[in-house]
Design a protein around this ligand. Structure first.
Ligand code: GDP
Ligand code: MG
Length: 764
């Protein structure tokens, strides 16, 4: 016998995914913002008396067809008919959450209400009398905490018990003026043996779009019926509003009294979240605060002068700068000061990978030269360079997870919405974009929450500009290499500026697209800001673990195979004999063919003999972005004339080799980063984009990526070369930022004054 099917339905951010993970032991993405779960997810729960299938539906406020999520959830419930619905209700916001419950009652499927977040409720000293609530609603009510896994077994067992019985649909609209019309429609549906007649009847009377289309005849009858009593209704025939009002009235009179608050909230009293929002989402200060928080994140991840202690305390700085062979000192301190947590982990990992590399070499002592080259330089060189960046990726990812879990990222979407809405970019689009910092693939899938098809396509196109985890090694290794080779700058500032550059490029291209080829509706951004919460430790660790697993897996599969192929192509000539000089290899001849194309970007023909390595690295990056640095690592070790070169860290060291072998300039290097950040993403992301963008838009999406990366690279290089000088990186980043900010403010100002009316036609 097949397992019982139990669906989880509830408002966005009520804890459905947390509950789903607790029930099924899986690790689906949980985020403290509405709209993270777009698709339905399935898993098996073995915590009850029998195993059951659990389906996590997207978060919804109602069963009306206003958003894609609502349509997905509604169709699932009506067409697939699960054996039971668990309606998860955020107990800290229970009146608003019960609005959906009143609609679920109208579907004749067994229902269990799970009152979630009761840990917060208890902490506040509030209490819900669940027995009383159970009597009022007429279905089982279980108090749980999904996060603390409290009463999970009880909940699932009550759901299994309920699933074994039938449930009559009921409606809280019974004693209202619209019920006559509903009853009539219900009878008509019953006669025609329509499933869930009460639900359809209510929707029909609400004049719900889908329902009226499917049952035009009954809709006509209901309309006539409603006309008769429209005269004495204060809603003037707007039955949808009338029904919504009736639902809320019912909730406040019948359900609300079961909640006992420890302390009566005074009128207009601000909660802690409200107070925090006064500052964090402030009209003027909101954006700078976001940029500052972002910088702090980068400081924690990359800085080699943590908290600027080395600069603040001169004697400490001197001590740090003094030579030392001590391994401990090398890991915890840099020449400038204390290492940040991210940097400490990076050096730790680096020490480990270098030791393994040396071990490999000594184990293979006596093996033939080519075998040594293949294993130590080609394969382990590439794989370990990628692995050594893993700690920093994890730290960065942890920071973003914390920001997301506390509820702050939802505020960022809100801040940006306020700034950019009038130009056709809604805050909703920023959620998938910010998800793109992790990986473009789930981020692209998340764009399904965008109702406007054109906004969705435009968003998918710019998601790769939000530098994903796999691109981090490119940024870190090259900025590290710049600092090493040119003895200037600050790796953390360069990295931060590059992330900003990606974001600015994304916003600007989005603005341009939304006002030219991808013009369309900007639907209202309705998002309730979740309250600020302390992030759940388990949740954070789950996220990290997933990321770690994925990254290591990738390093030992795709990256490893790519390194072997690259080694092979760079060691053999077209005559299938091993070459002495790598510049005679197959790979070199292919790279040289394309090299001239990149001349305007600063890493083309001007680099001479070894310049093709940059080209090859950019191309292998299409397979996986980690390959860019893996390619450097595999190939730079074979550059002649570098024997005896005192190296630094893996990854960075090879960039230093490349710089000295090619004579590439700082602008050329920055342009190389910028190009990689804005060009065609990895194949997996391309495949996702192909599935997600609208018909006929895929080709243009590819062209968009090629053109934008070429343009951004050229601009950066031209700009940089014009400025020249060693301090360029910082100056140019600041300039670019300033220009972008001024531009945005300028556009906003003009937009307000209406002088650009023609350009932004028809938009408020
Ligand atoms: P969904 O949008 O309904 O899938 O909600 P999520 O599962 O993503 O959870 C939203 C937020 O609520 C996350 O920050 C969770 O950590 C938090 N959360 C979920 N359940 C509980 C709970 O029982 N107690 C507390 N304190 N927080 C919870
Ligand atoms: Mg979810």
């Amino acid at each position: 016998m097949a397992n019982l099917k139990i669906a989880l339905a509830g408002n966005p951010n009520s804890g459905k995914t947390t509950l789903f993970n607790a029930l099924t032991g899986s690790t689906a993405h949980v985020g403290n913002w509405p709209g993270v779960t777009v698709d339905k997810k399935e898993g098996v729960c073995k915590k009850g008396k029998t195993p059951v299938d659990i389906i996590d539906l997207p978060g919804i406020y109602s069963l009306s067809p206003y958003t894609p999520e609502e349509v997905i959830a509604r169709n699932y419930l009506l067409d697939e008919r699960p054996d039971c619905i668990i309606n998860i209700v955020d107990a800290t916001n229970f009146e608003r959450n019960l609005y959906l419950t009143t609609q679920l009652l109208e579907v004749d499927i067994p229902l269990v209400v799970a009152l979630n977040m009761t840990d917060i409720l208890e902490k506040d000293g509030d209490d819900i009398d669940e027995k009383a609530l159970e009597d009022k609603i007429g279905v089982p009510v279980v108090e749980i905490s999904a996060l603390r896994e409290k009463n999970i077994g009880l909940l699932i067992n009550r759901a299994i018990e309920s699933a074994e019985k039938k449930r009559e649909a009921t409606s809280v609209l019974k004693n209202t003026s619209v019920y006559g019309a509903i009853e009539n429609a219900e009878i008509a549906f019953k006669l025609r043996e329509v499933v869930s007649p009460l639900f359809h009847a209510v929707k029909l009377v609400e004049k719900d779009g889908i329902e009226v289309k499917n049952h035009p005849h009954e809709a006509q009858a209901a309309e006539e019926f409603m006309q008769k009593n429209a005269k004495d209704s204060p809603f003037g025939g707007d039955t949808e509003a009338e029904i919504a009002d009736a639902r809320y009235k019912y909730i406040t009179t019948h359900f609300s009294p079961t909640l006992k608050r420890a302390r009566k909230k005074k009128q207009g009293e601000l909660t802690k979240s409200d107070k925090a929002d006064r500052v964090l989402t402030h009209r003027v200060a909101g954006l700078p605060i976001f940029l500052l928080i972002l910088f702090t994140v980068f400081h924690v991840t990359f800085s080699e002068n943590f908290l600027y202690l080395g600069s603040i305390i001169p004697s400490f700085g001197e001590w740090c700068a003094s030579e030392s062979e001590n391994v401990f000192k090398a890991i915890f301190f840099s020449a400038d000061g204390l290492n940040s947590p991210g940097a400490i982990l990076f050096y730790l990992m680096d020490t480990i990978t270098v030791t393994i590399g040396e071990g490999l070499a000594s184990v293979m002592d006596g093996a033939s030269e080519w075998a040594l080259q293949l294993v130590v330089d080609g394969v382990w060189g590439g794989v370990s360079a990628v692995l050594s960046f893993m700690p920093q990726i994890l730290v960065l990812f942890l920071c973003f997870s914390i920001l997301e879990d506390t509820g702050y990222m939802a505020r960022v979407a809100f801040i940006l919405d306020r700034l950019l809405r009038r130009f056709g970019v809604s805050g909703r689009a920023f959620m998938p974009m910010i998800m793109g910092f992790g990986c473009s693939i789930p981020a692209m899938a998340n764009t399904r929450t965008l109702a406007d098809e054109k906004e969705r396509t435009a968003t998918i196109r710019v998601i790769p500009f939000f530098s994903c985890g796999a691109k981090l090694p490119i940024l870190t290794a090259i900025s590290g290499g710049i600092v090493m080779s040119f003895g200037m700058g600050n790796a953390e500032v360069i990295t931060y500026s590059m992330y900003l550059l990606g974001m600015i490029a994304a916003v600007l291209s989005l603005l341009i697209m939304r006002n030219t080829s991808m013009r369309g509706e900007t639907p209202p951004f309705i998002m309730e800001l979740p309250i600020y919460r302390r992030p759940g430790f388990r949740n954070l660790m789950l996220h990290l673990w997933e990321k770690l697993k994925h990254y290591v897996e990738k390093a030992f599969t795709i990256i490893l195979v790519s390194c072997i192929v690259i080694w092979f192509l760079s060691s053999f000539g077209w005559d299938w004999k091993m070459v002495d000089d790598m510049s005679q290899s197959i790979l070199a001849s292919l790279g040289k063919l394309l090299q001239p194309i990149f001349t305007p970007l600063g890493f083309g023909s001007q680099l001479g003999k070894w310049g093709w390595i940059f080209v090859v690295a950019a191309i292998t990056g299409l397979i996986a972005k980690e390959n860019v640095i893996a390619t450097f690592a595999s190939l730079a070790a074979c550059l002649p004339g570098l024997a005896g070169f005192e190296g630094t860290e893996e990854g960075i060291q090879e960039v230093v080799f490349m710089i000295s072998a090619t004579g590439i300039t700082i602008p050329g290097l920055i342009s190389f980063i910028a190009f990689n950040m804005t060009t065609v993403p990895c194949f997996a992301a391309v495949a996702t984009a192909r599935g997600e963008v609208g018909q006929g838009k895929f080709k243009w999406t590819l062209i968009f990526w090629l053109v934008s990366s070429y343009l951004v690279g050229t601009i950066v290089y031209a700009f940089g070369s014009a400025f020249g000088g060693a301090t360029w990186a910082i100056i140019a980043s600041v300039c670019l930022l300033a220009v972008a900010v001024l531009l945005t403010i300028g556009i906003v100002w003009y937009g307000k004054k209406g002088s650009l009316k023609g350009m932004f036609k028809g938009r408020k």
